[in-house]
Design a protein around this ligand. Sequence first.
Ligand SMILES: Cc1cc2nc3c(=O)[nH]c(=O)nc-3n(C[C@H](O)[C@H](O)[C@H](O)COP(=O)(O)OP(=O)(O)OC[C@H]3O[C@@H](n4cnc5c(N)ncnc54)[C@H](O)[C@@H]3O)c2cc1C
Length: 438
Amino acid sequence: MSAIPPPGRAWSPRTPSRKRFCGWSRSPSSRPSCSNTACESFEETNSGVSVTTRCEKTGDVTQWTATYLIAADGAGSQTRRSAGIDMVGPATLAVMSNEYWRADLSRLPIAREAAGFIIIPDRPDLPRAGILNTNGRDRWLTVTQIGQAKDDRERPWTDQEFIEIARGHVGIPDLDVTLLNRSIWRVSMQVAETFRKGRVFLVGDCAHRFPPTGGFGLNSGVQDAHNLAWKLAFVLKGLADDKLLDSYSSERRPIAQSNANFSYGNRLRFGLTDDAVRSRNPDRIRFWINDMDNHLHSIGQNLGHNYEDGAVIPDGTVAKALNSRYYTPTDRPGARFPHMWLEPSRKKSTLDWFDKEFAVVTGPLGSEWLEAGKQVSEKTGLPLSLKQLPAADPADGFQLGMRGVVLVRPDGHVAWRMPWLPSDPAKELAGALSTLLH
Ligand SMILES: Cc1cc2nc3c(=O)[nH]c(=O)nc-3n(C[C@H](O)[C@H](O)[C@H](O)COP(=O)(O)OP(=O)(O)OC[C@H]3O[C@@H](n4cnc5c(N)ncnc54)[C@H](O)[C@@H]3O)c2cc1C
């Protein structure tokens, strides 16, 4: 959970008494000494958000004011509920048990090679489970479905019972197993109805909960934060209007839904593969094992999404359907600007160009665009990063041409493209920036 201070102001606890600040002093450079701070409640006002936090160690309560509030408090987010934002989709597809354990399996070559194992035991006393490989040596996570809507076991396993399960799964009866921790969680497939309500933004699992099959939960959360951070910075610095922040939800929500669907498909495939293995029909097994490859190879799903509706200016080209297995780079508005190594040493990529500012990227013969960028930056006070591509292959996604331009956002997504040189490039560039930010 983080609250964003108003423009030009540091954090401002409203409580006057210093002893109630969890160790904060009023100096803007100081930091809280309480490392266990819980957000208790918040209230939206006309000009911002008032947040009440409590130090879990001391019980000290502090009130803060901020312009915006980012809710990043996970799948069970109280902040989302308080904001009145509903989740859409099934809340419980299964109830799962995680057991994280230590046992030295480094002598087994497969321990280094496999990312995880699906255990379909012959012994009826052992549950079917997945074992995820966390370090290729001695740390393992067993993930077991223990019910559909609730924990259906007669009672939770004791530590010793689980250790026997782990030994049975590995097939080494005297394996030295230490149980490190355990937790119970629900598989959900839900996306919040909106990622923004008033001054509150949802990020990460607070905004979407996927089946973990595919590894999209954390990835999507990082992309959410990357999408939102620069927009907040621009609005708080007075470089963009608040309406830019609406694009956070319109851009990220469809991606979250797509990732939810993809993760769900992966989950169904596990069940079908399980059925195939149990059937002992070699063709059926081969088919589903081969299809499992689509779970693991999903770079298109990770990198290939386009923002169609948001802080982008469509150029009339038609979006290609997302192919979850393959990533096709493109500099079309909404897409991630393609990667290209800029030096033979392969240390610097075009992706390193994008950080805090919009980047004007032109082709090898597009120096007029760089001059236009300089003029627009000087006139508007908007910092612009000016970049010129070496000759680049359109087949690698660089369709801006020798004299064209793309305007790339700080998060590396293309905001606008003009693959030719117009009569007044500065006017075109200024117009695009104004459309995007105001
Ligand atoms: C078995 C399994 C495997 C997974 N594998 C992958 C994978 O391979 N790749 C991947 O991308 N994702 C994976 N995920 C998903 C990933 O773990 C989550 O998507 C990610 O951790 C979500 O991060 P988050 O910061 O949004 O939420 P969380 O990690 O849940 O963090 C939320 C934090 O907010 C804190 N909090 C809650 N309430 C309050 C409050 N009121 N005040 C202050 N703090 C509060 C919590 O204590 C917690 O620290 C997996 C998940 C599971 C269950």
